[in-house]
Design a protein around this ligand. Structure first.
Ligand SMILES: Nc1nc2c(c(=O)[nH]1)N[C@H]1C(S)=C(S)[C@@H](COP(=O)(O)OP(=O)(O)OC[C@H]3O[C@@H](n4cnc5c(=O)[nH]c(N)nc54)[C@H](O)[C@@H]3O)O[C@H]1N2
Ligand SMILES: Nc1nc2c(c(=O)[nH]1)N[C@H]1C(S)=C(S)[C@@H](COP(=O)(O)OP(=O)(O)OC[C@H]3O[C@@H](n4cnc5c(=O)[nH]c(N)nc54)[C@H](O)[C@@H]3O)O[C@H]1N2
Ligand SMILES: [Mo]
Length: 551
């Protein structure tokens, strides 16, 4: 139950941000932390100052590499092989935490068998990371008293994303690093309150609190709380919606706070699907590229204009308070939903009646009413209340009114009993470079811009700091194409093409290029591959094949 998702690794940080200072080894894998989570990056640098060893695993020479004791520059898409090899060395050299495994883990034998062939020499061929470096890292990690793993999209945005996370969970378990201060398995969550959104059931197969919709007990419980019939059929993942529209299965869509026309991999396919809809509603604080093709645009209020709670990456629920009224006709998201459901119910539902607030124009039920309901839906938040949150923020699970919250998970054990060691194999990426498209493209972020730029590109200071699209390319590749720095080039994949400036740098190895996805004038998602991870349906935004040409 509570935290099960976390054990599986797709949920939240098991540990805390300040706990990073208690680590003596950090493995940062697929996270450009100083640019994408700068505050957490600062904690990591402070930990390094305190003597903590920093292992970075990233195909690009990110800023953290300057402070790292070890840097593994793997080929994108090969993390599964790399992590399995780390586990292999740890078992081969008897460095695992035998007592912890015996007491707290299961499926050890099958796991051991699965990684038997994953020698560092085997991994070197796949990952390009020298076998002796893999051995050194395995030893350093396993010998740490508190070794924490920090990962983000470099690990998950692959067709093997789920397996990569399972492999990292294995590494944490065999070294006894779950349920310990300064250690843990820590996915650094991306969007503000993405944690809260997941906690509240914004996934098509779960109710709030990760309770499965096909679980009879959960279904009965929510049917009672909500006083209505509910289906036990899981819905579609966001990334499956495009195909479903093309197949005629979906006619209407209501998009809140997303700009998929730019942010979905293979976005021309996504856009084509949205244009086929009978009705597209977009609810956003700005008129985005997605809103431009909508039938109805609902103007939303921003974070500073609304009341409620956010859950942060360390599962801490905190109160947010509206500071200014929303501009013009904009309304906070909850009020918009309330107004629409009011119309749908023909004003029959008394719970939805009541005075609107004259300054903030909120429509009941208010955020505090919703919060009271949440505490009935999910035992992990049952002990929280607006009264308590007035003075403190609380990390779930917090099951009773006098419970202090749980900053570090799994100290007393795991929700499912024992931690499951998964037998995961490595399967490579869906599309790899070939003669026609000889370069591997990986995509991501820069410090000064946020995603599709709807917000940051309106800020003069930020826009000046990172004004235009570019492709990072190794000097050897640039020379072969006779390119000079800042020259405009055409980048083409099987799905589309864009034009942008080349940035010649040894941050990337020969054969690899990197393009940030912030710039609509050269939107890299016209190139990326929408192949999905079969388990969690995340698209492979981190690997596809392209060619670059001089223009
Ligand atoms: N400034 C800024 N900060 C942000 C955001 C933003 O847009 N701008 N977005 C927020 C959101 S929603 C998210 S999800 C996070 C994302 O945060 P991050 O995941 O840190 O950001 P990315 O730039 O997508 O990718 C991280 C790293 O993955 C590496 N990488 C690429 N391919 C691979 C691979 O195959 N294996 C490994 N191990 N690494 C690989 C890249 O070189 C890059 O350094 O950032 C959040 N913070
Ligand atoms: N190639 C490539 N593609 C990627 C990624 C990658 O690494 N590479 N990363 C993926 C990841 S991890 C993410 S999270 C996505 C991000 O993709 P999106 O979420 O589509 O990107 P944003 O630009 O952040 O869009 C969020 C929208 O929410 C609006 N907004 C802000 N606050 C509010 C609010 O309070 N209410 C409402 N209603 N709207 C609001 C903003 O104006 C903005 O238009 O991109 C994904 N796409
Ligand atoms: Mo994200």
């Amino acid at each position: 139950m509570t935290g099960l998702v976390t054990v599986l690794g797709s949920g939240a940080m098991t540990n805390t941000i300040n706990g990073i200072l208690d680590s003596d080894v950090m493995l940062v894998i697929g996270s450009n932390t100083t640019e994408t989570h700068p505050i957490i990056g600062l904690r990591m640098l402070a930990a390094v100052k305190n003597g903590s060893k920093l292992i970075v695993a990233d195909p690009r020479r990110i800023k953290l590499c300057d402070s790292a004791t070890h840097w593994m520059q793997q080929r994108p898409g090969t993390d599964g092989a790399l992590i399995n090899a780390l586990c292999h060395v740890i078992l081969r050299d008897g460095l695992e935490d035998k007592e912890y495994i015996a007491e707290r883990a299961e499926n050890f034998d099958l796991f051991k068998e699965a990684i038997a062939e994953c020698t560092p020499e085997w991994a070197e061929k796949i990952t390009n990371v020298p076998a002796n470096l893999i051995e050194d890292v395995a030893h350093t990690f396993a010998k740490g008293k508190a070794a924490g793993i920090y990962y983000t999209m470099g690990i998950t945005q692959h067709t093997s994303g789920t397996n990569n996370v399972y492999a990292l969970a294995n590494l944490a378990i065999i070294t006894g690093n779950l349920g310990k201060d300064g250690a843990g398995l820590n996915p650094l969550r991306g969007q503000n309150n993405v944690q809260g959104a997941s906690d509240m059931g914004c996934q098509p197969h779960v109710f709030p609190g990760y309770q499965k919709c096909d679980d009879a007990t959960a279904k009965a419980k929510f049917a009672e709380i909500w006083d209505c019939k509910i289906t036990d059929k899981a819905g579609l993942m966001a990334t499956e919606v495009g195909d479903a529209i093309m197949e005629g299965k979906i006619a209407g869509l209501w998009i809140m706070g997303e700009n998929p026309v730019l942010s979905d991999p293979n976005s021309s396919h996504a856009k084509k699907a949205f244009e086929k809809l009978d009705c597209l509603v977009v609810q956003d604080i700005f008129l985005t590229e997605t809103a431009e093709i909508a039938d109805v645009v609902l103007p939303a209020a921003s974070f500073a204009e609304k009341d409620g709670t956010f859950a942060n990456t360390e599962r801490k629920v905190q109160r947010v308070r509206r500071a200014v009224p929303p501009p013009g006709d904009a309304r906070d998201d909850l009020s918009i939903i309330n107004m629409v459901s009011n119309r749908m119910l023909g004003n029959r539902n008394e719970g939805y009646q009541g005075a609107t607030d004259p300054v903030f124009h909120t429509v009941p039920p208010f955020a505090s009413d919703v919060f009271d309901e949440i505490t009935k839906c999910w035992v992990a938040m049952a002990g929280m209340s607006y009264d308590r949150l007035e003075n403190e923020s609380l990390a779930w699970p917090c099951p009773e009114n006098d419970h202090p919250g749980t900053p570090v998970l799994h100290k007393e054990g795991f929700p499912r009993g024992k931690a499951w060691l998964s037998a995961v194999t490595w399967n490579g990426s869906a599309e790899n470079p070939d003669d026609e498209y000889p370069l591997m493209l990986t995509t991501g972020r820069v410090l000064y811009q946020y995603h599709t730029g709807t917000m940051t590109r309106r800020s003069e200071v930020l826009e000046k700091s990172a004004p235009s699209a570019y492709v990072e390319m190794n000097p050897a590749d640039a020379e072969a194409l006779n390119l000079i720095d800042k020259e405009m080039v055409r980048a083409t994949s099987r799905r589309g093409k864009i034009e942008l400036a080349v940035r010649i740098t040894d941050r990337v190895n020969k054969g690899l290029v990197f393009i940030p996805f912030h710039y609509k004038e050269a939107s890299v998602n016209l190139l990326t591959n929408d192949a999905l991870d079969p388990h969690c349906k995340i698209p492979e935004a981190k690997v596809c094949a392209i060619k670059i040409e001089k223009i």
